[in-house]
Design a protein around this ligand. Structure first.
Ligand SMILES: NC(=O)c1ccc[n+]([C@@H]2O[C@H](COP(=O)([O-])OP(=O)(O)OC[C@H]3O[C@@H](n4cnc5c(N)ncnc54)[C@H](O)[C@@H]3O)[C@@H](O)[C@H]2O)c1
Length: 288
């Protein structure tokens, strides 16, 4: 299969990532068939896509008519069987091995032998996921960043079983939908999170050691390195539990002390200080 033959793509999962991927694929002229568990989920995704497209119309990079045409290319169903004839399917359902496995079992039951599956998982090994499906050679990781329409990068990750053609097709797909791709080996965190998470963990260590206050660490990185957010602000935004979970994955895989969760991080989890979502993390959000 070559990229020109692909006119329709599937999108399993219409959450933050799925809605974004559906949008950019439709913007690239592809028909997009989205599947999620309920019409209510799709209602939310449709609104997110509409808002994002309206912003693009305001910037005058697309017209209102183009916006309507993009929206018309996206269809939705709760039935996985609607993806039966789709040659290339993106997956962005919950980050849970069992949920993903159940979905791929359903897809395997209806899809053809040439269908490509591209997972957006952040933390499950691509090789482990490829082992869940009938044709692991057609399985590849395509790791997008949030918000998808804004973030230019995709990490393309072949598993041990991925065929070279599948990887090349994923690279071409990334280009077709307007992204810049890099490739990397199937290792925890791929490239971006492998570098970014230890940076955040080091910021937590600096705070723990009393080197500087949370505010000063964040100000230092924003004004000294032009980071849009400081590392501790970012961790509160993304969820302190997420940082803890990911650094534990690195530690289990790499067995390097530098990936061990700092005591402060462990204690924050015990205290329920999970960041913005619980009203308290490195900062207090109780009045917000
Ligand atoms: N949010 C991020 O910043 C980010 C970044 C990169 C990668 N990812 C990865 O993308 C994937 C999705 O993340 P998200 O943040 O969009 O999650 P999300 O919770 O916003 O969305 C997940 C969606 O999957 C749907 N879903 C669950 N089971 C399903 C099933 N059986 N069939 C169809 N749909 C089903 C849910 O209803 C939900 O709409 C995860 O693997 C995550 O690791 C997330």
């Amino acid at each position: 299969m070559n990229i020109e033959e692909i006119k329709t793509v599937g999108m399993a999962g219409a959450g933050s990532m799925g809605a974004g991927i559906a949008q950019i694929a439709a913007m690239a002229g592809l028909q997009v068939k989205v599947v999620d568990v309920s019409d209510a989920v799709w209602g939310r995704a449709e609104k997110t896509i509409a808002k994002s497209l309206e912003r693009i119309v305001k910037k005058e990079t697309i017209t209102e008519d183009e916006m309507k045409a993009i929206q018309a290319r996206i269809s939705f169903s709760t039935d996985v069987a609607t993806l039966a004839d789709v040659p290339f399917i993106f997956e962005a359902v919950f980050e849970d091995v069992n949920v993903k496995k159940e979905l791929f079992n359903k897809l395997d039951a209806v899809c053809g032998e040439n269908t490509i599956y591209a997972t957006n998982t952040s933390s499950i090994a691509i090789t482990e996921m490829a082992a869940m499906v009938k044709r692991p050679a057609n399985f590849v990781g395509m790791h997008f960043f949030n918000p998808v329409p804004m973030m230019k990068l995709v990490e393309v990750i072949p598993g041990l079983q991925t065929r070279e053609e599948t990887k090349l097709l994923a690279l071409e797909m990334a280009k077709k939908i307007g992204k810049t791709a890099i490739t990397c080996k199937d290792t925890p965190g791929f490239v971006v999170n492998r570098l970014f998470v230890p940076y955040i963990i080091d910021a937590i260590r600096l705070l723990e050691e009393g080197v500087a206050s949370a505010e000063d660490i964040d100000t230092a990185m924003k004004l000294g390195c032009n980071m849009p957010m400081g590392p501790l602000e970012f961790q509160d935004f993304a969820g302190v539990d997420i940082g803890y979970h990911v650094t534990n994955i690195f530690y289990d895989y790499l067995k390097q002390e530098r990936h061990a969760a700092p005591g402060l991080l462990r204690n924050m989890i015990k205290a329920g200080y999970l960041g913005r979502k619980t009203g308290r993390g490195f900062y207090d959000y109780s009045d917000k």
